[in-house]
Write a protein that binds this ligand. Structure first.
Ligand code: ADP
Length: 907
């Protein structure tokens, strides 16, 4: 077969080394190019080449090319196929590679490898002829029967195939039109043959040998087809049949036969699922959906992504507590005891919760409002919710809503989405496994909004007793009855709760605790809980009340008790280390000499140092039990105090006053600072103030300017026009926190009055109140929290608007006792209370009318009695130095009465 042919392939061919598939002359195949040499070949020969010759390659089969360019060329198969590259497709993902479409031309044999890098080039010898066969008849004679026999088998094989398929009909035509010599290669690449067999055909250079080797392959294929036709039912698509039969076989499968273990498990699961659906007590509508879905599941091949989705859905449906509930334990007396035992103080909250439970006891299906506990963090809102569940004997589940900004979080994703899942409500029900749990919707005030919808709107449906008996989660797509669920919400503030949601809820304010309450809570609840958590006993650790007070005042500044709880935890941890260190040593000592131990103890007692955890005493000595936590120990464990009573220090110069602010975290004391400098009458405000607060500052300045003469207030140049050549800067510390609201008005006035009068504001006074341009003091909110904050900070007097007097009733008795309150309806009263000795400028003697003087001289005015001086003037008090305090009433044209306090020296 080495006769020279008129059509020649190039004598030097670049070699493409393939390791899968064998290209035979006359056939076409796709091959992937990803090794370094082959990539080089494609880039420099195919992509850059312009001639037809550059598209001819030598394909050497069965040669895995090493990935690294540096490695030597592997041993090459002797014979290859010269191929024409018809198409090059390239991609960069996941790594650079090309796919070539190549058509085999003829066999060749490598004579010599000329070059190995960057891609191999070899001198080759062509083995097949490429021209039309002119001597076909002669060839037929030469091969005689062999070629004829091959042709017959080939025709038989093709005719066994479906001739209606165009490709088969074309193949049938090709059998006649192609030269017989080309048929073995072409048919070998069409019929089912292994790579090894193909390689043998490639190596069969002689035509006779090639025919001989291919005939058995054709016969094998014909036999195979015959067998298949026998077993196959007519007119059934093979693939479809396999798909349709598989699931049914799985369902009706008899264990222990042919199926493998995995399929066994799947069978069992689906049968179980079906059984669960049948026995579950879900409503009819849900049941129908489940039956439909399980039917679909049975027909679905397991590899379909929808299979897992449907199965998960059905599993959730059977797991949901459609009809499963716990029986309520409704004993109000027991509930009261339980609530009292779990929580100290918070009387108002406990009272309202008991009322709610009592009504539930009397009327079973209460469509009452949803309770919403509003208060600073750590005041026990969540823990009361948990207690409610405990008293009712119900399951408890907390749903944290902080930061939720997608309504599918509440209502689930539709099952059409990838990764769809039910919302938090349905998930919660699945977790608790009953349909009447207590759901605590934590932090409803922190719900967000986004493009994915408003979760608050989804919550509306959940919380509306009229609607929630058929709440439809998008994932379930069938209604679930939520009417048995008891919802309790918590929030830090009502300001950010959407109005519609707020309307569905009954707000119960939970204010912060006083220091005394905190001490009680710590000793009744927090310390025992911490001791238990750390495996300590009261015989090992002792925390006296003074220490607790120290922790509260010096290490925490909060309305609730969460930080306090954490600090107590830190103390317990430190003590646990001491106890654990001491135990084995103690045991050792006991075993040795008890007397020696006594000596040790005495030795310690001699040292008058208090026994505390801070002692760096020899570890060989067991710590004295119980370990007493005193201030030294506290400092050692918690570090230096974080909050010192800095109030008096900060009020050591004019231009500082203490205000009271309300935040969602409770009340806070707030220092307002002012300074003045040469300038052009500008007011600078710093500390991240809101618009309302800025307006208060402007109001305060205007009022002071208009009253400057009355109070003898002057700027640095002695002018009553306070802003003349003067700039004022007002700062509200804790600059990073945004502040707003009108209640700082009185504080700003007091601070500026101090700045311009050069007098110090009393360091134990805090104040709150809105002001008007006429100097009236208007009521503000959050009085209780503000008063508690003043008390926490150790202040003695609080100035509040008169119309807020009623709010003082909510302040615990002990706090009221510790503080003195000044109720003011105008700024004069505020200033008089804020400065030692009052603020009113002492008028010149003689300012009082002569009638008054005469009365005083006659002794008609005396301390403790209210003396009317005139219809608008009444004496409040007089002092030993002859100073008379009286108040003037003025009826404003607004109908309000205005009181003005005056101090008068009158000798
Ligand atoms: P909130 O939900 O208001 O942020 P938590 O309910 O989480 O606060 O309370 C924090 C911790 O304080 C809990 O361990 C709780 O038991 C405790 N606690 C708060 N208030 C009281 C109280 N009045 N009596 C007993 N423990 C309380």
């Amino acid at each position: 077969m080495s006769s020279v042919s008129p059509i020649q392939i190039p004598s030097r061919l670049p070699l493409l080394l393939t390791h899968e598939g064998v290209l035979l002359p006359g056939s076409t195949m796709r091959t992937s190019v990803d090794s370094a040499r082959n990539l080089q070949l494609v880039r420099s020969r195919l992509l850059k080449g312009t001639s037809l010759q550059s598209t001819i390659l030598g394909v050497i089969p069965n040669t895995p090319d090493p990935a690294s360019d540096a490695q030597d060329l592997p041993p090459l198969h002797r014979i290859g196929t010269a191929a024409l590259v018809v198409q090059v497709v390239g991609s960069n993902w996941p790594k650079p590679h090309y796919t070539l479409l190549i058509t085999g031309l003829c066999r060749f044999q490598i004579v010599q490898v000329l070059k190995e890098k960057p891609y191999p080039i070899a001198e080759v010898e062509q083995l097949d002829r490429l021209e039309e066969f002119p001597n076909t008849c002669k060839m037929r004679e030469e091969l005689g029967e062999l070629s004829e026999q091959f042709y017959k088998y080939a025709v038989q094989l093709v005719e066994m195939l479906d001739m209606s398929v165009p490709a088969v009909a074309k193949l049938r035509r090709l059998l006649d039109s192609l030269p017989r010599e080309a048929l073995p290669d072409i048919l070998t690449s069409i019929i089912r043959t292994s790579n090894k067999e193909k390689l043998q055909i490639l190596d069969a250079v002689s035509l006779e040998e090639r025919f001989k080797m291919t005939i058995p392959l054709l016969v094998r294929q014909i036999e195979g087809l015959k067998l298949l036709q026998k077993t196959r039912k007519p007119k059934q698509d093979d693939d479809k049949r396999v798909i349709a039969i598989r699931p049914i076989r799985r369902i009706t499968h008899i264990p222990g036969t042919l199926e493998d273990e995995d399929e066994d498990e799947d069978n069992d699961d689906i049968v179980m699922l079906e059984k669960k659906i049948r026995t579950s007590s879900m409503p009819e509508q849900a049941h129908k959906v489940c039956v439909k879905e399980i039917k679909r599941l049975k027909k679905m091949p397991q590899s379909m992504p929808e299979y897992a989705l449907t199965r998960n859905y059905l599993e959730l449906m059977v797991e949901l507590p459609w009809n499963k509930s716990t029986t309520d334990r409704l004993d109000i007396r027991a509930a009261r005891i339980l609530l009292d035992n779990d929580h100290y103080a918070m009387e108002k909250l406990k009272k309202r919760v008991l009322e709610y439970l009592a009504v539930r006891q009397l009327k079973n299906n209460l469509k009452g409002p949803i309770l919403c506990f509003v208060g600073p963090p750590g005041v026990g809102k969540t823990s009361v919710g948990r207690s409610v569940a405990k008293t009712l004997g119900r399951e408890f589940h907390r749903i944290a809503l902080g930061g939720v900004c997608d309504q599918s979080d509440i209502r689930g994703h539709r099952r059409t989405y990838v990764g769809s899942m039910p919302g938090r409500i349905i998930n919660g029900l699945k977790t608790v496994g009953v349909n009447n749990p207590v759901f605590l919707l934590d932090e409803v005030d922190k719900l967000g909004k986004s493009l994915q919808g408003d979760p608050a709107a989804a919550l509306l449906e959940v919380l509306d007793p009229e609607q929630n008996h058929n709440f439809t989660d998008h994932y379930l797509n069938v209604a679930f009855d939520l009417s048995q669920v008891l919802f309790i919400a918590t929030a830090n503030t009502t300001a950010t709760i959407p109005a519609a949601l707020l309307d569905r809820m009954e707000i119960i304010q939970v204010p912060g605790y006083t220091q005394e309450e905190k001490i009680e809570i710590a000793h009744r609840h927090l310390i025992p809980k911490q001791l238990e958590q750390h495996g300590l006993t009261p015989q090992q650790i002792q925390i006296p009340q003074v220490t607790t007070l120290d922790i509260i005042t010096r290490y925490t500044r909060e309305a609730g008790v969460r930080s306090l709880d954490r600090k107590l935890g830190a103390i317990c941890r430190a003590v646990a280390v001491k106890v654990a260190e001491g135990q084995p040593k103690e045991a050792k000592l006991e075993r040795s000499d008890v007397a020696e131990r006594e000596v040790c103890r005495e030795h310690i007692l001699e040292d008058e140092k208090p026994e505390s955890i801070s002692d760096t005493a020899d570890l060989a000595l067991p710590p004295e039990m119980p370990i007493l936590i005193d201030f030294h120990a506290l400092k050692d464990i918690l570090g230096p105090p974080m909050y010192e009573m800095e109030v008096s220090q900060r009020l050591s110069q004019p231009g500082v006053a203490i205000g009271l602010a309300w935040t969602p975290l409770g009340g806070e004391i707030m220092f307002v600072e002012a300074s003045r400098m040469d300038g052009e009458g500008q007011l600078t405000l710093t500390g991240q103030l809101g618009d309302v607060m800025k307006e208060s500052a402007h109001l305060a300045i205007s009022w002071l300017r208009s009253n400057a003469k009355k109070y003898q207030l002057t700027n640095a140049f002695g002018s009553f026009d306070l802003l003349d050549n003067t700039d004022i800067h007002l700062h509200f510390p804790a600059g990073a926190v945004t502040k707003d609201g009108p209640s700082a008005g009185v504080t700003i006035v007091t601070c500026l009055a101090s700045l311009f009068s050069g007098r110090l504001v009393r360091s134990d006074v805090a104040m709150t109140g809105e002001i008007t341009l006429r100097g009236l003091v208007l009521p503000v909110g959050g009085i209780k929290d503000k008063v508690l904050a003043a008390h926490r900070a150790g202040l003695k007097q609080v100035i509040i608007p008169r119309r807020n007097e009623k709010d003082l009733e909510g302040v615990p008795g002990n706090v009221r006792q510790d503080l003195s309150f000044v109720t003011a309806s105008c700024l004069d009263e505020v200033l008089n209370a804020a400065f030692d000795g009052g603020f009113t400028v002492k008028p010149r003697p003689g300012l009082l009318n002569s009638k008054l003087r005469r009365k005083y001289q006659k002794g008609l005015i005396w301390r403790g009695r209210t003396n009317m001086l005139s219809p608008t003037r009444r004496v409040l008090d007089w002092q030993a130095d002859g100073c008379l305090i009286f108040c003037e009433t003025e009826v404003l044209n607004t109908g309000h009465k205005m009181f003005d306090c005056h101090f008068n020296t009158w000798k």
